[in-house]
Design a binder for this molecule. Structure first.
Ligand code: ADP
Ligand code: ZN
Length: 412
């Protein structure tokens, strides 16, 4: 059974009347009258990233300081960071959602969770921490980085659950494989998110670490991880629709996507109180899946995320998502998930894309490069120069991997 529309509509109207007097930004733009059907939501203005910047740091907060118990922020690589606040109640909701995330992998109080998401302003570390503690797991809060110690603790403390970014999971798998004397791991499940990753990457992580890998999605603007997660079926991520309302819109026009069409994910937080957000344009590309899932969850799903609209590269008129290249590379035995795309502009103002990728030891690198080049041409329609490197040459990430180096901006 799907989540009842009526309940969602009531929650939305309640949210609007809560926000109107409390946040000037929303007071000016939310409809004065309650919505009478969910279809009317399409007429409510979007919230975009710049709205956070324009109202930095506290303009979008809906509660006074006494009620605010926590602030988190996005990394804010460009401009001011996005600030999100939590009341005590918001933290409880977050913990509940993160508990549900972990329960998708049947995590219980018997489990040991090694949490290698960054602790601090980033929502990942403390979000997982809250959920795992709520269940009563033994939490090992390693935070990200210091790989040698992570590897030692995975073996010595016998973590059964791992939480980190998928690119860091690969780093850990690699470091474990390089251990001379290795104790058997107890890992059973892992929760990986905060960046796009493909099915090919899933295979690498699962075989490298000996666990079942779950995709988890969230973003600072909506309070962090715990917006959506996979179930054992691994056929899309269930959105926790009792707390978050998901829509998909055409990124060009902002109109609702047609059923089965990929669009930009738009999210509304229904129950948060310190930093509620209405119709946030995530820039993340997904497909909403209405069909019920074999697991029986009442929550609709979104497809595994392909990337953000702003991750899309346009090279000589061809649209390229890094995840498309990743899928191709990882389908070629001998290549690894360590790759980088370097886009440049030649003197003749001709755009080029170079694919740097590492191979497993002992592979025939020229042969692999040729195979990758052909597949990229065939699948994406772009002639790319592929360079296969030996293992360990490309930079490793502890958090979100940087897959693209675009030199066109600097070379003009
Ligand atoms: P920052 O803005 O500093 O990168 P956030 O953690 O708020 O920090 O980033 C959220 C974004 O990360 C999402 O909008 C999405 O683009 C990406 N993301 C998070 N989880 C996933 C996931 N499971 N798959 C793909 N992308 C994800
Ligand atoms: Zn399911």
């Amino acid at each position: 059974m799907a989540v009842a529309e009526r309940t969602t509509l009531d929650k939305l109207n309640e949210l609007f009347s809560y926000l109107r007097p409390r946040v000037e930004f929303y007071g000016k733009r939310l409809p004065a009258q309650p919505l009478t059907s969910l279809d009317q939501l399409a007429e409510v203005p979007f919230t975009v990233k710049d709205d956070f910047r324009d109202n930095y740091p506290a303009g979008l907060l809906a509660v006074p300081n006494q009620e605010l118990v926590r602030l988190h922020m996005s990394s804010g690589t460009t401009g001011k960071p996005v600030v999100t606040g939590y009341t005590r109640g918001d933290l409880e909701i977050w913990a509940e959602c993160m508990e549900r995330v972990l329960r998708m992998g049947d995590v219980t109080a018997d489990d040991v969770v090694q949490n290698a998401y960054g602790y601090g302003l980033f929502t990942g570390g403390l979000g997982f921490h809250l959920g795992a503690e709520r269940i009563g797991c033994t939490v090992v809060p390693t935070s990200s980085g210091v790989t040698a110690r992570q590897v030692m603790l995975l073996q010595d403390l016998g973590a059964t659950v791992l939480a980190c970014t998928p690119s860091y999971a690969l780093v850990l798998a690699e470091a474990l494989a390089a251990e001379k004397v290795r104790q058997p791991l107890k890992l059973r499940v892992g929760f990986f998110g905060a960046e796009p990753w493909t099915e090919g990457m899933r295979r690498q992580i699962e075989s490298g670490l000996g666990l079942e890998a779950f995709d988890i999605f969230g973003l600072t603007e909506l309070g962090g991880p715990g917006v959506a997660v996979e179930c054992h079926e691994h056929e899309g991520l269930h959105v926790f629709e009792d707390h978050f309302l998901a829509e998909s819109v055409d990124p060009e026009t902002g109109r609702p996507s047609r059923p089965g069409e990929e669009g930009e994910l738009v999210l509304t937080s229904l129950t948060r109180r310190a930093s509620p957000i209405v119709r946030y344009r995530t820039r993340d590309l997904v497909m909403l899946i209405d069909e019920p899932c074999a697991c029986g969850s009442p929550f609709r799903r979104i497809s595994k995320l392909r990337g953000r609209t702003d991750d899309m590269l346009i090279v000589r008129g061809v649209n390229v998502f890094p995840s498309m290249v990743e899928e191709i590379l990882l389908a070629i035995p001998g290549l690894t998930g360590n790759y980088q795309l370097v886009v440049d502009r030649s003197e003749k103002r001709h755009d080029t894309m170079q694919v740097l990728v590492e191979s497993e030891p002992g592979a025939n690198r020229e042969h692999l490069a040729l195979a990758a080049q052909e597949r990229i041409k065939e699948m994406i329609g772009l002639t790319a120069e592929v360079t296969v490197l030996s293992k360990g040459v490309l930079p490793r990430s502890e958090g979100k991997a940087k897959r693209v180096v675009d030199r066109r901006e600097t070379t003009g």
